[in-house]
Ligand binder design. Sequence first.
Ligand code: COA
Ligand code: MG
Length: 292
Amino acid sequence: MISPSFRPRRSCLYMPASNARALEKAKTLAADTIILDLEDAVAPDAKTSARDAACQALAEGGYGNREMIVRVNAMDTPWFTDDIKSICASNANGLLVPKIHSAADIVKISGFIDREGAHGDLQLWAMIEMPIAVLNIAQIAETASATRLTTFVMGFNDLAKEMRAEHDRTLFTPAISQTIMAGRAFDLNILDSVYNDFKDPEGFEQECRRAKAFGFDGKTLIHPAQIEIANREFAPDDSKVAKARAIIAAFKDPANAGKGVITVDGKMTEILHLRQAEQTIALAEAISAASR
Ligand code: COA
Ligand code: MG
């Protein structure tokens, strides 16, 4: 069942909340989601002013129907409590917490958000970037039914550092696979990590294709030049939409009433393909509804 609040998250652009020019520019960019960063992209001396700038930008608005997320500082930092309190008092769509370790972290943060009296739709997003989080991923995902958790965001810069690995995508395949399995088992959105080399559009496009093939809903981005490619690569293309419509129409055909398996365009087509087709159409419709 696809929720009526379903929205595309093909392109989720980070920007340091301390960068006033980026915050202003975001109002004109075609990113589905804007992530105002208070964490790694903000120097320690600028943490408080970046938080104030994020709150001011959210209060002033002007971001249309873009989803607005704030990445706060990690739980073990001196800024965490005030970050959460400030964002809970704002109209952000969600907050993204880095360096999550366990299911207990999610339960604790979600309870904190509730006690702060945040609006009911404020989502909790979790960065999956610590080895222990990958090892605990099923339990973390399972908390979603009783907490505000809706989304996993993978972070390979930190994961590589913690693993003492080279930053080579193939090394993260097991982590990607486990995170996607757990996320899907508990109905979460899952966003891929960033592509650091923002001046390499071909490499970025290839990485988007592989990420989509793996099952990611979209990609986190660091530069406006990456938006158009991500929007294109994570959207169902015209032929996929046409095939999906054909499958839906075939199952609606009275001649196929009550059948669990039919032939569409020469291929075996089961109810599971009908469900996939419905998801494709829901995504295509959400994209066109959100288009700006
Ligand atoms: N969001 C919004 N606008 C951005 C942006 C972003 N992430 N990155 C760049 N821009 C804007 C610049 O302000 C500039 O705008 P202007 O032409 O109106 O002045 C334009 O896009 C071109 O920027 P460019 O000169 O190519 O890049 P830069 O040298 O200014 O910045 C980075 C490069 C990497 C420092 C910058 O892209 C950035 O801060 N990215 C996000 C980093 C981040 O948030 N990391 C945390 C998660 S990993
Ligand atoms: Mg990180």
